[in-house]
Write a protein that binds this ligand. Structure first.
Ligand code: ADP
Length: 612
């Protein structure tokens, strides 16, 4: 019962989606398809009439050939339209609906995904669900076209049964039983003949992993170093066995259902023809009625076969639509960013955190009760051990994640859609877990301020500041060189440091009033690192900035230092204040300084950075 209700809800959702994407196709072609499916019954009645006029004309010379001719022509026309309608219901309808609904649903799903919270996207379960949802956007087209065919064939079957009922109640009973049996068989076997793509995908994930690993240079290198090639193949064989099992079970059951339906057809035709021959022999049925019933048997069998296949296809589509509907309704979404209308409530306080808490998995809290404020024009350094929560904190500040408890304000305003829109416009950001787009070098830098993508001077300036300018002469196609190889085989592969320079350059594209740099020099050599810091220092002059670096000396650039320790705000103050306090920060500073002292001048690298 629960399943039936869920199916009905999903049918409602599918119809709503179809109407929203393209109502004309659904209503127009649905009606057309239903009307066309009445034709076989019309043809049969006409057939019966024509056969009786013809047999009267041939046997007893009643009427003339001219009288008979129009009936034959009309019957021919009806049969031609029936032939065309079969094509329309079959390939044409699917093609038309696929064209509209496949892309329509994909577009809708992309839009839904665009607004799913980043935290949700990090959950593997949701990512898998999303993968399945996007991979089966044809479900709406399948369901709508097969559902329309199913409905129209049901109307066709009922109209044929009415003709049968008017001719012979026994034939009506035999035909009804046959149609109902086929429907029940399909209904009962629906679960088993349904291609369960999700189960298959889950099972095939491991075997795909082994298959890919021998082809992936990084993994293959490891496999060869340790001589694990054969081992991987035998693991793949084992994993593939379970995939095959699902595959075989599905094919077997599908074949069995097809066999039972096929055998049912012969039983039906044998029963019907046996009855007719018996009646013709005892004079209870005329030859024209016999011929009409024979044609009806064929029409019923055609209708029932299409009923079967369209039911299975519609059911398969509905199963996926049910999954898609639940996915769309269950995932937490972020509100659309407001483009306009942000009015600061406090011009001087850029960020303000009040008892801020955050956890990635709703179990382990990563940030605990953080309270601080960052004033306009202030440079703040975030310092702490790896894993202390620095990156997480700045992701909260720019609105990528929402606090699990506590409050955040940007210029005195809570994080509503307007504020989120303002954050995009006002805050420039470089993350240590940056991403190199599979796009040209120009785009990789220019996306930092997409409206200036074609402003080559600005891109060159940003690349110079980010230390990526040498790449232009190194890469064969300069600024237009495609990066990465997943999309294009001649895409350029960059070293870790080069990638970092490209991503940092992106942050230099825009002239945002707030800048955040999260480990901007982690992948650079010490000299390049110093240059990077120098450029950042110039860039942040006069702006509000947050800096994160494993180099504690870097914090000397800051007006204020916030020290995080296991997600708690352990210390805050200026470099001098914290050194005097002799706590965590002072410990970090001294420990690092001893590694960077040089024999020549006795200065630590960080001290020299402080002098730049
Ligand atoms: P930091 O920037 O100081 O190195 P992070 O903010 O990256 O620290 O990490 C803080 C804590 O959050 C760590 O314990 C880390 O394991 C955890 N963490 C970071 N990213 C995720 C994630 N995507 N899912 C779950 N936990 C995470």
């Amino acid at each position: 019962m629960k399943r039936i209700i869920e199916n009905l809800v999903s049918i409602g959702w599918a119809v709503k989606m179809a109407l929203r994407i393209n109502a004309r196709i659904f209503l127009g072609w649905g009606l057309c398809s239903i009307l066309l499916s009445l034709l076989p019954a019309v043809a049969l009645s006409y057939n019966k009439q024509t056969v009786s006029i013809l047999s009267d004309f041939l046997l007893s010379g009643q009427g003339s050939f001219q009288d008979v001719l129009p009936s034959i022509v009309i019957l021919g026309l009806i049969l031609t339209v029936i032939g065309i309608s079969k094509r329309i219901n079959g390939n044409f309808l699917y093609f038309i609906m696929y064209d509209a609904y496949y892309f329509g649903l994909e577009n809708y799903m992309m839009d839904v995904v665009r607004n799913i919270e980043i935290k949700t996207l990090m959950d593997k379960q949701y990512r898998d669900a999303h993968w399945t949802v996007m991979g089966r956007c044809g479900a709406l087209a399948d369901f709508m076209s097969s559902g329309t065919v199913f409905l129209s064939k049901m109307v066709g079957a009922i109209s044929l049964l009415i003709v049968a009922f008017q001719t012979s109640s026994a034939i009506f009973a035999i035909a009804s039983v046959y149609i109902v049996m086929v429907l029940i068989l399909n209904f009962l076997s629906a679960d088993k003949v349904r291609w369960n793509g999700r189960q298959y995908n889950e099972a095939s994930r491991l075997s795909n992993y082994y298959q890919d690993s021998v082809m992936s240079p990084g993994v293959a290198k490891e496999l060869r170093i340790y001589g694990l090639g054969r081992e991987t193949i035998s693991k793949w064989e084992k994993a593939y066995e379970s995939v095959e099992k699902i595959d075989k079970r599905y094919v077997r059951i599908r074949q069995l259902v097809a066999f039972i339906s096929g055998a049912g057809f012969y039983v039906f035709m044998a029963g019907m023809m046996g009855y007719c021959i018996f009646r013709v022999a005892d004079g209870g049925m005329s030859v024209d009625v016999f011929l009409m019933l024979y044609a009806m048997g064929q029409s019923i069998s055609e209708v029932t076969q299409t009923l079967s296949t369209s039911f299975q296809e519609a059911d398969r589509g509905l199963y996926m639509l049910d999954f898609q509907r639940k996915f769309v309704h269950s995932v937490p979404k972020t509100a659309e960013h407001g483009e306009e209308g942000f009015q600061p409530a406090d011009e001087d306080t850029v960020f303000e955190a009040d008892s801020l808490c955050f956890s990635y998995d709703d179990r382990n809290e990563v940030l605990h009760q953080l309270s601080f404020s960052i004033k306009k024009g202030e440079t703040v350094a975030l310092v702490g051990m790896n894993g202390s929560g620095k990156t997480t904190l700045v992701k909260l500040l720019i609105g990528l994640f929402s606090p699990t408890k506590g409050n955040l304000r940007f210029y005195g305003k809570p994080y509503d859609p307007q504020t989120r829109g303002a954050l995009v416009q006002k805050v420039g950001m470089f993350f240590q877990d940056f991403y190199i787009f599979h796009a040209s070098l120009r785009e990789n830098v220019g996306f930092g301020d997409v409206k200036n993508l074609e402003d080559t001077d600005r891109i060159l300036y940003a690349m110079k500041k980010g230390g990526a300018d040498q790449l232009i002469s190194k890469l064969p196609k300069g600024l237009e060189q495609w990066l990465m190889r997943v999309v294009k085989k001649d895409g350029a592969m960059l070293s870790g440091g080069e990638k970092q320079r490209v991503a940092v350059s992106r942050a230099y594209m825009s002239e945002k009033e707030v800048l955040i740099f999260d480990e901007p020099a982690a992948a650079l050599d010490p000299i390049a690192e110093m240059k990077q810091f120098q450029a950042i220092r110039e860039k942040i002059a006069g702006r509000t900035a947050i800096l994160i670096s494993h180099r504690v000396g870097f914090a000397r650039l800051a007006d204020k230092i916030l020290v995080l320790d296991q997600g708690r705000l352990a210390e805050s103050g200026t470099h001098e204040e914290l050194m005097a306090k002799n706590g965590i920060y002072a410990g970090f500073f001294r420990e690092q300084a001893q590694w960077y002292e040089t024999e020549e001048d006795g200065l630590s690298l960080s001290e020299r950075q402080g002098q730049i």
